[in-house]
Structures are given as C-alpha cells and as structure tokens.
Design a protein around this ligand. Sequence first.
Ligand code: GAR
Length: 189
Amino acid sequence: MRIVVLVSGTGSNLQAVIDAVASGGLDVEIAAVGADRPGTGGVARAAAAGIETFEVPFRDYADRGDWNHALTLACRFYQPDFVVSSGFMRIVGEEFIDAFEGTYINTHPALLPAFPGAHGVRDALAYGVKVAGCTVHIADAGVDTGPILAQRAVEVLDGDTEESLHERIKVAERALLIETLAGLAAAAR
Ligand code: GAR
C-alpha cells in the first residue's frame, strides 16, 4: 500500500508512521511527504528518512483553485493508494476530493463530529469536556468531516493546558493512525 502524507507543521505524527514502517511494524510504503508551505518540520523529518518530498506553497498560487490543482497533480504523481492528512491544516477543494475520493484520510485531535477545525483541543478544553480524544476518518470536502474509521478517548486532567492535553492526545493519535493504516494495508492484501 503506497501512501502520500501531507503536513503543515512539525510532523511528529508523521515521524511515528516513519518509525513504524522502519521497524517493520507497519507494512506500507511512504511514497512521498508533501507540505503546503516551505520549511516544515514534517518535510525535514521525511528528507532525513530518505523519503521523497514536495512543497506546494499555498501563497505561491493566485487562487485556491490553482493551488488545489497543483496539489492534486503533485499527489497523483506518486499514484498513492491513500493520501494521509497528518496535521495538514488546509481545506482541499473538489478537484482533490474527486481525485482521491474515499482514499483521503485525516487525523484530528478531537472526538468528531465535536470540535472540528484548526483548534480542536483548545475548543474542547474551553467547552469543559472531561473526555477528549482523536479521530481518524475519510475526509470529504468539509472541515474535518467524512466517515469515521477509528476514535480513541483521552481523559482531560485537572490543570490540563491546551499543550499538555494535545501532547497526550497525540500519543493516542499516533497509535490510532498506525493501527488504522495497518488495517487498511491488511484489507488491501
Ligand atoms: C495533530 O494533532 C493533528 O491531528 C492536528 O494537527 C496535529 C499535528 O501534529 N490536525 C488538525 O488539527 C486538523 N484539523 P504534528 O505536526 O506534530 O504531527
């Protein structure tokens, strides 16, 4: 099973996938890692692991449609079975969703459909939830919407900050993403 992973930030979840593949715990091929801006930690991690990388910087394009077209072509080049949004903080358009329909996977640090968007952990904390968590789902054209593949709950502790809770969620999220990818790879065999 070939995957392309898309990142916008530090890529710690990507690193967990890279490590799982390297240790033989996850039987997938990371064909490439792409980013929506230059200089991400995620692309640096991929390059350090000898994985092909590409950047399609959002601000280099005249409009969202042009950027979306370029991103679609860049991902399609690697002929992935799945594209994984791992901390990719941009909404993709119809052309991308059509090209990868049912095979675009997103991971989100909240128990969807609650708290979608760029600040899922902050919003959940502000609401006062006692149980937070993470979701891996097939992404559609909405903001963190689409059929849910797996979820894991994470308890909110007294005194949690956005950072401390997000770090604990990420521990669960990495395991959940790897398990979900392993399940998809097994089903593809
Ligand atoms: C992850 O927690 C991911 O779920 C979140 O960004 C973080 C990326 O961390 N994505 C979203 O909030 C998408 N709505 P990382 O760069 O360290 O892997």
